[in-house]
Design a protein around this ligand. Structure first.
Ligand code: AMP
Length: 237
């Protein structure tokens, strides 16, 4: 195995993975904090976050054929067809920055996508480890409706639990924060329906495979990150 020598800290806690992080999958309902946690792990391990939601939003913003198909589906809170998301994921996974691992955020979201990914990973040196983040429904609703994003640096805030220093503006670069069009209560309910029907079975799929852990996501960001790091270290042993 390739050695991974960097020693980093999550809120003062030393973490020292003996191997490269490899493929890591963050699972959990919309709003559990997968994106926020993925960014913490990117800082810690220097591997990329692969968020199919971010990739799709970039396609929508650029007006690509995929973006034009995905736009309305996403606005309704439904899922984009597997074949389109898999093609997009394949393209991203082929980039050289994925060599030491990557953090999957929001993919796979259906059993079909999970089977596609399992087939794709079968030939890789390190198996996937999956961490499911748990947060209860009412908290999720608060997080989704309170979420604000920086369009410049992609930082994520929450007006209730993690507000910016100046209301409406990013702490990092001062850009005006925006709210995702699907972060409304109505679309959240549809996204939760899609999650329960199509993505909850993906969690069971990875639980049954082993190399799976659950962490409590109803804590400060640094504590959750430390919980995920500890789970990954344990699963990689
Ligand atoms: P997210 O940013 O992960 O919450 O994703 C936003 C929206 O993008 C979802 O509500 C879906 O419409 C779409 N999307 C993201 N990832 C996937 C995926 N793996 N499969 C299907 N649709 C997806």
């Amino acid at each position: 195995m390739i050695s991974y020598s960097a020693v980093s800290t999550v809120k003062g806690r030393a973490t020292d993975l003996k191997t490269v992080p490899g493929p890591i999958l963050l699972l959990g309902a919309p709003g559990v904090g997968k994106g926020t946690q993925a960014k913490e792990l990117v800082k810690l391990w220097g591997i990329p976050q692969i968020s199919t939601g971010d990739l799709l939003r970039a396609n929508v913003a650029q007006g690509t054929p995929l973006g034009c198909t995905a736009k309305e589906i996403m606005a309704r809170g439904e899922l984009v067809p597997d074949s389109l998301v898999e093609e997009m994921a394949e393209h991203r996974l082929q980039q050289p920055d994925t060599a030491n691992g990557y953090i999957l955020d929001g993919f796979p979201r259906t059993l079909g996508q999970a089977e596609w990914l399992d087939g794709r990973l079968a030939s890789e040196a390190l198996p996937l480890v999956a961490v499911s983040i748990q947060v209860d429904y009412n908290q999720l609703l608060r997080r989704i409706t309170g979420r604000r994003n920086c369009p410049a640096c992609q930082a994520i805030y929450n007006v209730y639990v993690n507000p910016p220093k100046q209301d409406g503006f990013c702490d990092v670069d001062g850009a005006a924060l925006v709210q995702r069009t699907d972060d409304t209560e109505e679309v959240f309910r549809e996204r939760m329906r899609a999650y329960e029907a199509l993505t909850a079975p993906v969690v069971e799929h990875y639980r049954a495979q082993g190399r799976f852990a659950e962490v409590n996501g109803d804590r400060p960001i640094g504590e959750i990150a430390a919980g995920i790091v500890a789970a990954v270290e344990q699963l990689r042993r």
